[in-house]
Design a protein around this ligand. Structure first.
Ligand code: GAL
Length: 328
């Protein structure tokens, strides 16, 4: 980690603690406006999370109103309890780096930290307005919430790549999940410097996007959404003893008629507490005509013995120390 981050880490932690103590809501409220420390609705759509020390960093698409229409923005927030989020930085403000035209997209950012190079590596889906470019973009920075520099775009292992997901296993090995339209859901390792995709671990021949994985009690759980654009659909999960497979059939994570309670998967976040382990489904409730107002559906899932279930959304609190959840 950079010197910059070492210096600022305690300051960030202190700010977070005082923000939490200031009486801001402790409760996670799925589907509602989620204010940051400035009182602004969090802009971290299609997001990912990186934990550094005891701080969680949430990266996502900034779709605020009034931004420069030619640019695409990625924001980073920090939290020590997953409920209170402090705005840190608009870590990427990018002008169409590949000449993709006015409707170009930069979506679903995911950040990894490379211990060897002490570099934070951001992956995102970069595309043109008709989603034909189908590549990943890579940007790097030496501070978790600094200004990232765009490096390049490519098709992982030569394959089309639209929605991406990140998975960091318990042993620290990072994986990129990507949706390859002709073939399905791919899981791949990164190179030593994380700047490229190294090797395919598995192709699950299922047409799913918004891919996410959790490793829980010796089993891998993969979830994904059907390909219905911004419209919600019944997200599904499968399990496997190893990432390589064999993967089970995909099953519903919630009553199919609820269409995942109007949300779409983006990450499964595992919180290992002193008393229990909680896995949180992180989803987006998209509002394509008012993107800035898109909401988040974060709920702890019922998971174990090969089953995963997203319960009906309710307000809940998390004890970040013990890992325990209380539903209101
Ligand atoms: C969804 C995808 C989003 C966005 C959208 C555009 O399928 O998950 O990230 O790309 O399509 O229609």
């Amino acid at each position: 980690m950079s010197r910059y981050s070492f210096i600022w880490q305690p300051v960030v932690a202190t700010l977070l603690i005082s923000y939490a103590a200031a009486g801001a809501p402790q409760t996670i409220k799925p589907g509602e406006i989620w204010p940051d420390d400035r009182g602004k609705h969090i802009q971290a759509h299609g997001g990912g999370i990186l934990k550094v020390g005891s701080t969680y960093y949430w990266f996502g698409e900034d779709r605020s109103q009034g931004l420069d229409r030619d640019k695409r923005y990625i924001i980073c927030y920090a939290s020590t309890d997953l409920a209170h989020w402090v705005f840190r930085n608009q870590v990427l403000k990018l002008t169409d780096p590949e000449n993709l035209g006015p409707r170009w997209v930069l979506e679903r950012p995911k950040v990894f930290f490379n211990q060897n190079t002490k570099t934070f590596v951001l992956y995102a889906h970069i595309d043109d307005g008709s989603y034909r470019f189908a590549r990943v973009a890579v940007a790097t920075c030496n501070a978790v919430d600094g200004d990232y520099k765009y490096l390049k775009s490519f098709r992982p292992l030569g394959h089309e790549s639209r929605d991406i997901g990140q998975f960091i296993d318990d042993n620290g090995i990072p994986y990129l999940i990507f949706e390859d339209r002709p073939f399905g859901f791919r899981i791949a390792t990164l190179s030593d410097d994380y700047l490229t995709v190294a090797k395919e671990v598995c192709l699950i021949p299922a047409h799913l996007e918004g891919g996410a994985i959790a490793h829980y009690n010796g089993l891998y759980y993969a979830i994904g959404s059907a390909l219905t654009g911004w419209d919600p659909n019944p997200n599904k999960y499968a399990t496997a003893p190893k990432l390589e497979g064999p993967w089970s059939e995909f099953k519903d994570i919630a009553p199919p008629e609820t269409k995942t309670y109007g949300s779409q998967s983006t990450l499964l976040l595992k919180v290992v507490g002193t008393k229990t382990t909680t896995v949180i489904f992180m989803g987006d409730i998209w509002k394509p005509h008012m993107h800035w107002d898109s909401r988040y559906l974060w709920m702890p899932v019922e998971i174990g013995d090969g089953k995963l279930w997203l319960p009906e959304p309710k307000e809940w609190t998390l004890d970040i120390e013990t890992g325990k959840v209380v539903k209101k």
